[in-house]
Design a binder for this molecule. Structure first.
Ligand code: SF4
Ligand code: SF4
Length: 133
C-alpha cells in the first residue's frame, strides 16, 4: 500500500501518542514543547529511513534510524550517545517497535523479529500509567 507522508504520520501519531507517557488525560501532548518530540520533529527522516530499507530484518531499520535520524537530531552528541535516549525521554526510541509496527501496517511489510534479542533495541515500550487495560 502506498502511503503519503501525511498519512503515514497520522497512522504513527494515532498509534504512538495514545500510549505515550507524555500524553495528558485530555489527550494532548504534555511535553513543554510538543514540537520538540523527536519522533514527529524528524518524521520525514524517520519515514525515509524506514522506507529506504528493503529487508525483513528489523535490525536494519533500527540501524537506519540511528544513522539517518539520530545523526541529524539536536540531542545527538558527537560521540554518538544521546542523553535523551538514556533518560528514556525520546518517543522515537522508546516506542521504536510500535513505530515500525505502524509503518509495517501502512506499507504491508512483515518484519522478522527473531533477531531482536541481540539487537539492543528497546523491546519493551513505556506503558502510559493513565491507560487502563
Ligand atoms: S511526546 Fe511525541 S509521541 Fe508522546 S504524546 Fe507528545 S507528540 Fe506524541
Ligand atoms: S534517540 Fe536521541 S538522537 Fe535519536 S532521535 Fe531520539 S533524541 Fe534524537
Amino acid at each position: 500500500m502506498d502511503c503519503s507522508l501525511a498519512q503515514l504520520e497520522a497512522i504513527v501519531r494515532n498509534r504512538i501518542c495514545k500510549v505515550c507517557t507524555e500524553r495528558t488525560v485530555d489527550g494532548e501532548c504534555g511535553m513543554e514543547q510538543p514540537s520538540h518530540c523527536a519522533l514527529f520533529q524528524l518524521f520525514p527522516q524517520v519515514a525515509q529511513a524506514i522506507q529506504s530499507v528493503k529487508s525483513n530484518d528489523i535490525c536494519q531499520y533500527i540501524d537506519a534510524i540511528r544513522q539517518n535520524v539520530c545523526s541529524v537530531c539536536a540531542d545527538h552528541a558527537a560521540d554518538g550517545s544521546c542523553e535523551t535516549r538514556q533518560r528514556v525521554q525520546c518517543a522515537l526510541d522508546a516506542y521504536l517497535l510500535l513505530v515500525v509496527d505502524a509503518i509495517e501496517e501502512a506499507t504491508g511489510k512483515t518484519f522478522d523479529r527473531t533477531t531482536l534479542s541481540a539487537s539492543g533495541a528497546p523491546v519493551q515500550v513505556r506503558p502510559n500509567p493513565q491507560m487502563q487495560f
